[in-house]
Every structure is written in structure tokens, then in C-alpha cells.
Design a protein around this ligand. Structure first.
Ligand SMILES: [Fe+2]
Ligand SMILES: [Fe+2]
Length: 396
């Protein structure tokens, strides 16, 4: 008897994934304060069975055991690969070995990736295109091509009779706790972090996908990370906002401080911005969680980078975070820089060069020679005013 249990989520669907409670880093970059999960789902038709996505390498045993608690894993007919990344496809070689008659179902691009990543031969692959379906005898899986969410091969699978959408990473959240959305109080925050980290650079693809699923009768969203949404309205509505690049009257201030001079200047700027009614979120980059920064980049209308000067350049962490804001294609419209220096005042050049790749309008650069003079304070006040007017769409 299997030690692990499958968890039934609808008439014909069982969760058979794995919880990685202790994982603390993803992509060698993103902190996971609450771990993550690799959700895999078993869909039972009258006499055909499909497995939707698999698990991260190292969790194959969890998957096979959970499948075994429902069916004999050798009886699988299809393994659906919505996405080829190893956290969802890493167990495919073992599953296909165990289920020697099962076919891997994926997009044409996915088929190429299955060969590159997992050495899956052509005769084991069943290629599907947008709108194709597979009848499991009584249960129908419909496939929707949704490229660049967040790799070129990505697709969604929709179980028509149960109204369950399997969108893989889309609508995901890195959180190990809870099976259902209503069991996690701060789920929307984790979902926003995830959107910022993974989906934000692909907002146009995200909008296309949202349009594509808008005509479906979605009763449940079963993503590949985090809880399952049995109340899908809120997350769909949030995704429309985030994918549209809808920002708030909010500034995210990303600062680095070695001797607290930069930090004290940031405090002045924050007070000024707040006095104009603008919402501010401040991150000390050296101590901050990059996921929190990504979350705030999702809906901030302006970004301020404040940095000390290190060997005539911006501090490496300021460079890192400015690069990240550009890489993640944050929807902010405006930016400003605050540079602290002792004897070389050209560190802004490097940051301006990095920000050139983004669509932000640079509102101003304030350079301060260690401690702010009266004029510097005036410059900070003016910068705060100008930023606030821009953010609130007012004329000065
Ligand atoms: Fe992924
Ligand atoms: Fe993933």
C-alpha cells in the first residue's frame, strides 16, 4: 500500500504532486520564504487516464506513490507536458519508463524540448496544437497554446466536463502550505510575487492567454505551484490588472547604504513623497527579499534607486536591482536616481545606461556629497514634488 495519498479535487481529478516545504531558493535567485509545491494532477476518464505535469527531480517517489494510491501507474495513457521546465517535467523520463504505453502530450515546440531535455523519442510523443483535444472516454482534455508563459512551448490544459484549468506556472505561487486558495490568508501577495518574478516580462503573452480563457467556464484553476483556486474570480481579475501593467500611485524606493548616509537621505525623500499623498515602499536591497521587490515592481508607477558610490560606480547591489527591474520589464513609467559620493560623482552614468533599456522616463538625478546641504534638501524636495505630480498625473 502506498504511504502517500492522492488528494481528490474534483469528480475526476486527483492532486498527486509534491510539497517542497524546506526549499528556500528558486532559479538560484528567488527566495522562497514559504517553500513551494510541484503540483501534478491525475485525470480519470472512464477507461483512460492522463497525468498533467509531473514534479521536480528528487520528488519522483512522491509522485509515483500518490499515483499508486489511485491507479496502477503502469496504466497511464497520457502524460501532459504543459511546460518543459524541470520543476514540472523532471519526472517525465521515470513516468514514461514506468508507464510504457503512455504518450507524452505536448506542443510542437514542447516536442523538441522533450528531446533536448529528457531524450524522449518521437514514437512516445503525441503533438497537439491549439484547440486540439483528447477524449479520455467521458472526460475531455482541451489544449490551448499559450506561448511564452514563460517558455516558448507553454500550453494550458482544460478539463471541459469539470471546468478545471491546468495552466502550469500561470496563476502559480511559491507556497507549500494549503491545498486550497481559501486556506491561505496572504495568497494574493504570494501570487503577486510570483507574477513579478516569472510572468511580468511576458505581459503581452499573459493578456493573450487571459483573452483565450475568457470564454471558458472555469470552476477551478489548478496551477503547478501553490494552492488550487476553487474561487478563481479574484486571481483572474488580479492577473488582468497585473498583465495590463496597471500601476498605482506608488513609488518603490530601492536603496543601498554602507554607512547609513544614503539611508538618511532616503528618509527625507520618503517623507516628502508621502506629504504629496504618494504611497511609498522602501527596500534596503542588501537585506531585502528579491521576491518582495518583484511584487512591488508589479504595481509601482515609479522606481527610485539610491546608491552610494563604490570605486566611481554605483554599488553592485544597486546595479543588480536596476538591471532586475529592466529584465523583469516592470511597468513603471518614471524613475529617479539619488547618488551619494565622496570624491567621484559619476555613478549615475552606469545606472542611466542600465535604465536605458526600460521604458521609464528619468525624472531626475540628485547627487549628494556625503551629507546633504540645504540645496541638496531642496533638490530632494523638488524631485519628490516632480515625481508626485507625474505619478498623480497633475501639472505643476
Ligand atoms: Fe517554469
Ligand atoms: Fe514552475
Amino acid at each position: 500500500m502506498s504511504p502517500y495519498k492522492a488528494f481528490q479535487i474534483s469528480d475526476s481529478v486527483f492532486w498527486v504532486g509534491a510539497k517542497d516545504v524546506g526549499r528556500r531558493l528558486f532559479d538560484a535567485l528567488i527566495p522562497l520564504p514559504r517553500g513551494t509545491s510541484y503540483n501534478s494532477y491525475l485525470v480519470l476518464g472512464r477507461d483512460q487516464v492522463a497525468l498533467v505535469d509531473t514534479v521536480n527531480p528528487g520528488f519522483e517517489n512522491d509522485l509515483i506513490e500518490r499515483v499508486s494510491s489511485v491507479i496502477d501507474p503502469r496504466d497511464l495513457n497520457y502524460v501532459i507536458m504543459n511546460h518543459a521546465e524541470p520543476d514540472h517535467a523532471g519526472a517525465i523520463p521515470l513516468v514514461l519508463k514506468t508507464s510504457s504505453n503512455a504518450k507524452l502530450v505536448t506542443t510542437p515546440t514542447g516536442a523538441r524540448m522533450a528531446k533536448i531535455f529528457y531524450s524522449i523519442s518521437n514514437d512516445r510523443i503525441h503533438v497537439v496544437r491549439d484547440g486540439d483535444s483528447i477524449d479520455l472516454n467521458g472526460k475531455t482534455l482541451k489544449f490551448l497554446e499559450t506561448p511564452m508563459l514563460h517558455w516558448p512551448e507553454t500550453m494550458f490544459t482544460y478539463l471541459m466536463e469539470d471546468g478545471v484549468l491546468f495552466p502550469c506556472d500561470f496563476f502559480g505561487s511559491h507556497i507549500a502550505q494549503g491545498m486550497w486558495d481559501d486556506e491561505v490568508d496572504d495568497l494574493l501577495i504570494h501570487a503577486q510575487r510570483y507574477f513579478g518574478e516569472i510572468m511580468m516580462p511576458f505581459r503581452i503573452s499573459a493578456l493573450n492567454a487571459l483573452k483565450k480563457i475568457s470564454s471558458l467556464n472555469i470552476r477551478m484553476i489548478a496551477p503547478s505551484h501553490g494552492p488550487i483556486y476553487r474561487n478563481p474570480g479574484k486571481i483572474i481579475e488580479s492577473y488582468w490588472r497585473w498583465a495590463s501593467g496597471e500601476t498605482r500611485e506608488k513609488v518603490v524606493i530601492l536603496y543601498v547604504s554602507m554607512w547609513r548616509y544614503t539611508e538618511s537621505v532616503v528618509k527625507v525623500l520618503v517623507d516628502e513623497l508621502q506629504s504629496w499623498g504618494v504611497s511609498t515602499v522602501v527596500h534596503d536591497v542588501a537585506a531585502a527579499d528579491l521576491g518582495d521587490i518583484a511584487k512591488d515592481l508589479v504595481d509601482s508607477r515609479a522606481i527610485v534607486v539610491a546608491t552610494p558610490t563604490v570605486i566611481a560606480n554605483a554599488h553592485p547591489l544597486a546595479v543588480h536591482v536596476a538591471y532586475l527591474a529592466g529584465l523583469l520589464k516592470a511597468p513603471a513609467k518614471y524613475a529617479a536616481l539619488v547618488i551619494l559620493y565622496a570624491w567621484s560623482s559619476v555613478a549615475d552614468k552606469q545606472l542611466i545606461e542600465i535604465l536605458k533599456d526600460t521604458k521609464v522616463e528619468l525624472i531626475g538625478v540628485v547627487k549628494i556629497n556625503v551629507t546633504p546641504s540645504k540645496n541638496d534638501i531642496e533638490s530632494l524636495k523638488n524631485l519628490a514634488k516632480e515625481l508626485s505630480m507625474k505619478i498623480m498625473g497633475r501639472k505643476q
